[in-house]
Design a protein around this ligand. Structure first.
Ligand code: 5AD
Ligand code: SF4
Length: 499
């Protein structure tokens, strides 16, 4: 698999590894200080591991925020935790299997803690929980609590139920909006999480691509109202966040209510968010080609804060396979969208997702995918072997492709994608662009930031530039990242407000 990283990385397992003070949250959450103090004494430890996409990372953070007033402080060490939550991904079989192997490890931790007289609660959240429900408790009896993506706001109640009844399973799609009930992060928590933040604006999907479980595990498309998103981003900006990525399973189908109650498009939402003070950079992911409307394409010209990078999954270059996948766009449609985007933003870097070995895919169909990769010139892409998911139409198709053929095609596709990525990175050599510095690098005196095209850039720079945007000239391009020097003779050209 191509080793680059961009928002919406569906293949990465992300451990939510940050520790933050919960005391300010605790003390504001309880009226009386004595009660707060007694809660502090028995503060419990929470370990959350997030699998899959950025939406799970966002959800994990909101779960942690919701549990903070209950006295849970986060820990990076699973063996230290009183509550372990695995926030799972069901998109491919391998992703789901990873959860069960992780549960084996957690069962042993729970047994060891039990032997030492300490009770550990194990919870499974996310799409595997939604898809498999009770089955998880049958297969992994150490699990105490199973709950789907629409139940996160009920977490305190669910924990109480599991403690009382031994087990609790909740995979309902309740009619109320979970975002109304999830706690907001404290300023300290926001700062600890860095200057680039994700905000979920839309969930679920109505597209029903025939390979995909998302419409079943995440349900129908729902968009959050503009006002609530703006309020959340204002809070993030106040605490020092400079870059926002609006996320959703099908983010460009966004149609949340504006102040007058009428639906707004993603283009309108981006325009509104771009006016929030302190926010310097905007991105959105993941998009469907059918929802790339004229206004959204124009936004790439009209909104200077909208970064010149777009993740636009195509899945296949063959019209026959696109039709079998129920993508409802052709190869020509996709190329036309790319041309229109590049007409308004010539330096736009495009990334994508591909599936090889969808049922019925011939060598000719696969050749069409390879030629599409060459024709578009992606700056990177994820590629996957087709994984039949129970309950999806693709799984019932006759002409399933042999595993060896899938593996061989995947290798060839990845080589083509890697060539494109190397060419894109190479084209950045000698160029000067803004980098938002997000963290310290591996070596002393080094900072790591993101280019407008989302490549990681390593630069020797003063720590004072952390959280700030500075102009950088690219001096070296590796396959997965860039190296650069601050532009100007040692005088950093600062742009944007500092944290
Ligand atoms: N098999 C393989 N890849 C899949 N994806 C989604 N479902 C499957 C599946 N059943 C890939 C698609 C999607 C990305 C998030 O995961 O490429 O865009
Ligand atoms: Fe899945 Fe297709 Fe919806 Fe994307 S658009 S989430 S691939 S059904």
């Amino acid at each position: 698999m191509s080793q680059f990283s961009f928002a919406g990385n569906p293949a990465k397992t992300v451990e939510i590894a940050w520790t933050r003070p919960v005391w300010s949250k605790l003390s504001s959450g309880y009226k009386d200080l004595d009660a707060a103090k007694s809660r502090m004494k028995d503060a419990r430890k929470l370990y959350i591991k997030s699998f899959g996409c950025q939406m799970n990372v966002y959800d994990s953070r909101r779960m942690a925020d919701t549990l903070a007033p209950e006295g849970y402080a986060e820990t990076e060490a699973a063996d230290d935790a009183d509550l372990i939550i695995l926030n799972t991904c069901h998109i491919r079989e391998k992703a789901a299997e990873k959860v069960y192997s992780e549960l084996g490890r957690m069962r042993r931790l729970k047994a060891a803690a039990g032997a030492a007289g300490r009770r550990v609660t194990i919870a499974v959240a996310g799409c595997v929980a939604q898809a498999e429900g009770e089955e998880i408790v049958r297969r992994a009896p150490a699990v105490d609590l199973v709950f789907g993506p629409q139940s996160y706001h009920r977490l305190p109640d669910l924990l109480a139920r599991a403690a009382r009844d031994g087990k609790a399973v909740d995979t309902e799609f309740p009619p109320d909006d979970k975002f109304d009930h999830l706690a907001a992060p404290t300023s300290a928590a926001i700062r600890a999480r860095g200057v680039a933040a994700f905000v979920t604006v839309q969930e679920g999907c109505d597209k029903f691509c025939t390979f995909c479980v998302v419409p079943y595990t995440r349900g129908a498309e729902v968009s959050r109202p503009v006002g609530k998103i703006v309020a959340e981003i204002e809070r993030l900006a106040d605490a020092g966040v400079r870059e926002i990525t609006l996320i959703g399973q099908n983010v460009n189908a966004y149609h949340g209510a504006g102040p007058d109650g009428r639906p707004r498009s993603l283009a309108a939402l981006l325009e509104r968010v771009s006016r929030i003070g302190g926010i310097e950079r905007l991105r959105y992911t993941t998009s469907h080609p059918r929802d790339m409307d004229d206004a959204l394409i124009a936004a790439h010209r009209e909104l200077p804060k909208l970064m010149p990078q777009l993740h636009l999954p195509v899945q296949s270059g063959s019209d026959r396979i696109l039709a079998a996948m129920n993508r409802r766009h052709t190869r020509a449609d996709y190329l036309d969208i790319v041309a229109r985007l590049r007409a308004v933003r010539p330096d736009l870097a495009l990334t994508s997702d591909f599936i090889v070995g969808f049922p019925g895919e011939s060598e000719g169909d696969f050749a069409d995918t390879l030629s599409l990769v060459r024709e578009v010139g992606f700056s990177g892409a994820f590629s996957f072997k087709y994984s039949p998911r129970p309950g999806t139409p693709g799984a019932a198709l006759q002409e399933q492709i042999d595993e060896e053929i899938k593996s061989e095609r995947l290798q060839r596709l990845q080589a083509e994608i890697d060539r494109g990525q190397a060419a894109f990175n190479g084209s950045c050599l000698g160029r000067t662009f803004d980098v938002l510095f997000e963290k310290t690098g591996r070596h002393a005196g080094q900072l790591v930031g993101r280019s407008p095209y989302l490549q990681p850039v390593q630069v020797t720079a003063p720590a004072a530039l952390l959280g700030r945007i500075a102009s950088v000239t690219i001096t070296e391009a590796a396959s997965n990242s860039l190296f650069g020097a601050l532009a100007g003779a040692g005088e950093p050209a600062l742009a944007g407000a500092g944290a």
